[in-house]
Design a protein around this ligand. Sequence first.
Ligand code: SF4
Length: 254
Amino acid sequence: MTKTEIREFYRRLAAARPIPRTELEFINPYTLLVAVVLSAQATDVGVNKATEKLFALADTPEKMLSLGEERLVEHIRTIGLFRTKARNIMALSRILVERHQGTVPRDRAALEALPGVGRKTANVVLNVAFGEPTIAVDTHIFRVANRTGLAPGKTPFEVEMALEQRTPAAYKPYAHHWLILHGRYVCKARKPDCADCVVADLCRYEAKTGPAELIAARAAGAEGGPPVAPNPRRRRSAPAPATGRPVNRRRTPR
Ligand code: SF4
C-alpha cells in the first residue's frame, strides 16, 4: 500500500470506531496484565467470565498472593492451560511486590522479564494501561496486515516492525484496537465480510468474498466517513486519572 492508502485505511477504521477499547475486562494495570496473561489461546469472553469474581477478590499482586495458587486455580479452571497460567500469575505477582513496589512497570524489558509475559503481552499492557503507541500483533492483526498488504510479514515480529514503520503517528495509539476489531468482526479468518468492509477497495487480498460491485460501492460510501459499525459488546468506561486514557471498569467499575 502507498502512504496515502495507508492513511486512508486508518482514517476509515477510525471513523468506524472512534474510541476503540480492549474487550478484556480489567480494573487497573495489574488486572489488565493478569487478564492478558490468561487470554493466551483463550477467548476474551471466556477470560472475562473467569476474572469477574477473581478480580473482586484480588485486584492487586498482594491480594493475589494472599488468595494463593489453589484458589486462583478454582477461578480460572475454565481457561486453557490454567495450571501453567496460575503458576505464572503467582510468580509475576511475587516479583511485582518484591521488585516493583506492587506496581506494574512501564518498561518493556521489566515486563518481558515477568513469567508468562512475552512481547505481545508487554505491548498490550504498554498500550492499554500506559498509552504507549505500541502495536501488539496477535492472530487477527497478523491476518489483517498480511491480507490487506498493510504490513506483510512472515512472523508476528516482522508484521509488528512493518506496522511500526508504516502506521502514521497520529493513528498509532489506537492502531492495535482498530486492527484487532477489524480482524475479529469483519476480516474474519474463515470468511471475511468483504462486502461490509470499509477498506475493501484499498485491500490487496485476492480472494475477497461478495460481489465486486457491492464491495466497491461499500468502500466508495466510506469516503465521506463510513456508517459507524456498533461494537457488539458495549462497554462502560471512565478515564484513567493517571494517563487520561480510558480504563475499563467492571460491574461497579464497568
Ligand atoms: S476486503 Fe475482505 S479481505 Fe480485505 S480487509 Fe476487508 S474483509 Fe479483509
